[in-house]
Design a protein around this ligand. Sequence first.
Ligand SMILES: Nc1nc2c(c(=O)[nH]1)N[C@H]1C(S)=C(S)[C@@H](COP(=O)(O)O)O[C@H]1N2
Ligand SMILES: [Mo]
Length: 569
Amino acid sequence: MPRPERTSRSGDDLQIRQEVSSRGAHHGGMSVTTRPDPTQTQRSPGRGLPAALAGVAAGAVTLGLAEVLAAVWTRWLGSAGTASPLLAVGGAFVDRTPPWLKDFAVETFGTADKLALGVGMAITLTVLCALIGLLALRRRGLGLGLFGVVGLVGLLAVISRPATGVLDLIPTAIGVVVGARVLGWLMDRVIAARPDGADRERHPAAAPASGSSRRSVLLLGGGLTGLGVLGVAAGQALSTVGRAAQRTVEALGLPTPTRTVEVPEGATSDIAGQTPYLVDNADFYRIDTALRVPRVDASGWTLRVTGMVDEEIEISYEDLLGEEHVEALVTLTCVSNQVGGDLVGNARWLGWPVRELLARAGVQPEADMVLSRSTDGWTAGTPIEALTDDRDALLAVGMNGEPLPAEHGYPVRLVVPGLYGYVSATKWVTELKVTRFDADEGYWTPRGWSARGPIKTASRIDVPRANGELEPDEDGQVMIAGVAWAQHRGIERVEVQVDDGEWQEATLLEEPTVDSWRLWTYAWPDASSGDHQVRVRATDADGETQTEETAPPAPNGASGWHTVDFRVA
Ligand SMILES: Nc1nc2c(c(=O)[nH]1)N[C@H]1C(S)=C(S)[C@@H](COP(=O)(O)O)O[C@H]1N2
Ligand SMILES: [Mo]
C-alpha cells in the first residue's frame, strides 16, 4: 500500500477543507446578516422534496431512455463502441483511476470492484440530480443549464470511448433532450402545486389553474423515476442476453492439440481447503477494465500483426484454429494481488504459440516490445523475447478443455508464462503491434505501473484460513498447506515458520512445469492447543528467496511473507 502517499494526501485535503470551510462560514455569515437572499421569500416550504424528486426523475428518464436505445442501437449497428452513457462514464472513470485507488478498490471489494463502482455512480448521480432539481426551483435556467452540462459530460464520455463513433452519441443525446423536457415540465408542476389538502377557497394564491397537488407531483416524479430505473435495467439485460457469441467455436470445434499435457496425480492434494492444482473456469479470478464483458463474434474476429514487421498480416478465427495447437499449464497472476491474495489461478490452456505468428510476419531486429490490443481498446506491452523465445506464450482459444469463457477473453487471448497479466494476458485480443518500449506503452504504464512486469516469487497459506481453527490428528499434528509460484523459474523450496520457531522445510508436491504454481504441505508435529501464527516463504529455482520486505502492488507487484493467525483446538 502506498500508505505514506495517502497520509500526506489526506493531510493536504484536510488543510484545504479547513480553509474552504472557514472561508465558507465567513461568507455565509455576511450574506445572512447584510444581504438576505431574495429568492428565499419565493420558496414556499414543502417544495424542496418535489423539486429534488423532479431532478432525480429527469435523470432517471434520461438514463432509462438512453440505456434502452443504446442497447438496441449497438446491436442494430453492430457498433463495437460504447453507446451506453453509464458504461462510458464508468469506463472513463476506470481509465483515470490512480494506482492507490485501484489498490484500495481491489483490496476492499476484490473482484466485486465493478459492482462497487456501479453503486457509487448511482449514489453520485442521484445526489447530483436532486441538487439540480433544488437549483431549478430557485433559478430555473441555472438548473436546466446544469442538467445540460451533466448531459454534455455523458456525451463526452461516450465519444471518448475506444471504437466509438458519432452515431453512438444519439441514444444519450435523445435521453438528455427528453430528460430536460421532463425536468422543465415537472418543475412547472412543482411551482404550481398547491399544498396537500389545501382548500381552493381559503388559499386562492396556492390554487393555480393546473389544480395539481403536491402529492400528485410526488407521485408523478416517483413514477417517472421508477420507469427510468426499469429502463436502465432493461438496457443492461438487452445488451447481454441472447448473444450466441460462441456459436462459431461450437460449429468448428476446438483444435486437437499436437502436444498434450497431463497433470500428475502427485501435483494436487486432497487436503480440505488447499487450492486445487487446476482452478475451474467458473472459479478463476477475473480482472479487467471492461464494465461489460465484450461479446465478440468469432466469425467476424481477426487478429492483425502490425508495426515493425516485414509484412503486416491478418488471420481469421478459422485460420487460427487450423494451426498446430499445443496444451500448456500456465499460472496467471495479477499484479494487484496482495500478499496472501487470490488474484492468481492455474489452468490448462490450448493455443497456438505466438512466436509462430510473429515469425510469419517477420519481426524487425530493432523491435523490443509487442503492444497487444483488445476489442475494447485495452493494451499490454510485452517484452518481445517473452513472445519469441521457446516458452509457451500462446494465442489461447481453450481453457481447461472448453472454449475460452467470454469473461476470460473469448474468442482469443494471450497467455505468457512468467509475466503479470497487465503486461501480457490480453483478452479479446485483436492486434499485435510490434514496436519499442520507447515508442509505445501499455494501458497501465502511464497510470503508475511499471512498463515491465516479471512475476515476483510468492507463496500463500491456504490452510489454516486467517483466524481459523485446526483440529490436531491422533498423532497431535496439524496440516498446514498452500501454494507457491515463481512462473517460468520454478519453485525449489518452501519453508514454514510457526510462532517464532525455526524455519521448517515444507513438502513440495509435484511440479509438472515451471510455468505453474506448486502446491506444498507441512505437518506441524507438536501442535499445542491455543493461538498460533504461521509464516511462509518460497525460494525459486535460481536460489532466490522471497524478500521479507513488504511492498504494495503498485508499481510492480506486492512482496512480503504471508502470515496467518490461527488456533489449534
Ligand atoms: N482486454 C483486457 N485484457 C486483460 C485485462 C483487461 O483489463 N482488458 N486485464 C489484464 C489483467 S490486469 C489480468 S491480471 C488478466 C486477468 O485474466 P483473467 O481475468 O482471465 O484472470 O487479464 C489481463 N488481460
Ligand atoms: Mo492484473
